[in-house]
Design a protein around this ligand. Structure first.
Ligand code: GLU
Length: 509
């Protein structure tokens, strides 16, 4: 297979917003393609018209654009294997289904839904389950039990039919999967799946195999939920006498607190998004949160997803997209599912946030500042951000960490006052104010030297003075290095804040 061009695809059905598990599948395909100089294709699988959801296709495109997964061929980009949407390839599939009939690998079935229901019920009455398979097909209404003539007549009379795969009886199907190794299944546990429906559309199975073949897909990398379909798929390749692609079934993304697939409900329950972008359901109007709207950086989101199931084999955790491409291999994708970890997701965002340019962050924060009714100079805001960004994971959390740079204390934290505003505080802070009034170089470094020297000379006790000082400047015992704060707010403002604090808190008895 190595001589062939590497071509992979992501093939979502537009049935709603894309789950982050789907984004991860697309990402692994993308990394694999880029790493190996191959092509990445986006194919929309919309043959099930009953599950079509308005806006889902647009959402898929927007999500990948946001997080930087690019396609070489797609509806928008075009390509020589198009169209890239199955409903526009509709005319292709029937012919392939008929080829299988001609080869004796598939057959027409005329059983109506009512017929099948009746049989199902009678099976159930005997506590058995009905399966359309080798044991039963000879008793049912299909082109294997009818004569060729009868079959032709039924079809030309307009009788509805489906085309089913004739599952071989009691054969062992052997499959290879890069992640799971060799997998074997006996066909006796499988059924005669419908390949072509009475509405004139192929089922997922037929369309998927035909398209993967026509689009010359070399590697099928997809979620583990498709593993049960793999025997049918390889049997279809064999029936067509087509070369099978290489398969890799990725383990599931699991709930943070246990087993089972990560679902939207887990996100709602534990407070994190399971979709890349916000999604508003067109029918119910219900809105689900997205990583983008929750303030994640696309690179952080991608970095986090890449490591949920794959590891580089060493301790590294931070990867740009290019570094991921460089390091990625399917062999390093684990066999077992990965538990989603919300704290880790935030950690990644924090890592990306602290690497951002402060001015870039200031631009992002400015609307929040304005919403809080504060006029802040961009330069001041940028400096304030540089002092506090180590403390947050999201831009939206910055305001709480730096609002005091732009607002005088409206009140003084009660607990802090009780603990830190002592009988001697008033006089000491008054003295400190006088000291600071006479400092001409108000840089953090200089005020720190001057103030600390004075504390030592007077033997006031570092903690006692600094906590009371902070209380007056900030209103609480929080914030970065105090001398950095006063440098940024300036001498005049610092003195006024001390004044205000002395006035508000007064002399403690
Ligand atoms: N249309 C399928 C899906 O929605 C594609 C599965 C596959 O990759 O074969 O996931």
């Amino acid at each position: 297979m190595s001589h062939k061009e590497i071509r992979v695809r992501f093939a979502p059905s537009p049935t709603g917003p894309l789950h982050i598990g789907g984004v991860r599948t697309a990402l692994y395909n993308y990394l694999f393609a880029k790493k190996n100089g191959g092509k990445m294709i986006l194919r929309i699988e919309d043959t099930d018209q009953t599950r079509f959801v308005e806006g889902a296709e647009k959402y898929i495109n927007e999500a990948f654009k946001w997080c930087g997964v690019e396609f070489d061929e797609s509806i928008g980009k075009g390509g020589k294997y198009g169209p890239y949407k199955q409903s526009e390839r509709k005319h292709l599939y029937k012919d392939y289904a008929q080829q299988l009939i001609a080869k004796g690998k598939a057959y027409y079935a005329f059983d109506t839904a009512e017929d099948l229901n009746e049989i199902r019920n009678s099976f159930e009455a005997e506590k058995k389950t009905f399966v359309y398979n080798a044991a039963e097909r000879s008793k049912l209404n299909n082109s294997l039990t009818l004569s060729e003539e009868e079959t032709k007549q039924l079809i030309s009379s307009g009788k509805e039919y489906v085309i089913r795969f004739k599952m071989p009886e009691n054969e062992v199907v052997v499959m290879e999967d890069i992640i799971r190794g060799r997998v074997e299944v006996n066909t006796s546990v499988l059924d005669d799946k419908i390949l072509f429906k009475s509405d004139g559309m192929p089922t997922y199975h037929l369309a998927n195999i035909v398209d993967d073949h026509l689009m010359e897909i070399s590697h099928v990398i997809r979620g583990e939920e498709w593993l049960p379909s793999l025997p049918l798929h390889v049997l279809l390749y064999d029936a067509f006498e087509w070369e099978r692609p290489v398969f890799a079934h990725l383990p599931l993304l699991l709930k943070p607190d246990g087993n089972g697939k990560l679902s939207k409900r887990d996100g709602d329950r534990l407070g994190f998004p399971v979709f890349p972008l916000q999604w508003k359901d067109p029918k119910s109007g219900e809105t689900s949160r997205g990583y983008r709207e929750d303030g994640y950086f696309p690179q952080a989101f991608i970095n986090m997803l890449a490591l949920l199931g794959w590891n580089p084999g060493d301790e590294r955790e931070l990867f740009s997209m290019d570094e991921l491409i460089e390091a990625f291999s399917l062999e390093r994708v684990g066999k077992s599912g990965s538990k989603f970890d919300q704290e880790k997701a935030k950690w990644f965002n924090h890592q990306y946030l602290i690497k951002q340019d402060d001015e870039f962050l200031a631009n992002k924060l400015m609307p929040i500042v304005i919403k809080n009714g504060v006029l802040a100079e961009k330069e001041q805001l940028t400096k304030a951000i540089s002092l506090v960004k180590e403390r947050v994971s999201f831009v939206s959390e910055l305001w709480d960490q730096l609002d005091f740079f732009f607002k005088r204390p409206q009140e003084y934290d009660e607990k802090a006052v009780k603990k830190r505003w002592k009988a001697a505080s008033y006089d000491i802070l008054l003295e400190l104010k006088e000291l600071l009034e006479n400092v001409s170089d108000f840089t953090s470094e200089n005020t720190e030297t001057v103030v600390k020297q004075w504390i030592e000379e007077k033997e006031y006790g570092m903690g006692a003075v600094m906590n009371a000082f902070r209380l007056l400047v900030v209103g609480a015992l929080k914030g970065p290095h105090l001398f950095d704060i006063i440098e940024l707010i300036g001498q005049e403002e610092t003195l006024e804040r001390i004044d205000q604090g002395l006035h508000e808190l007064g002399r403690k008895e």
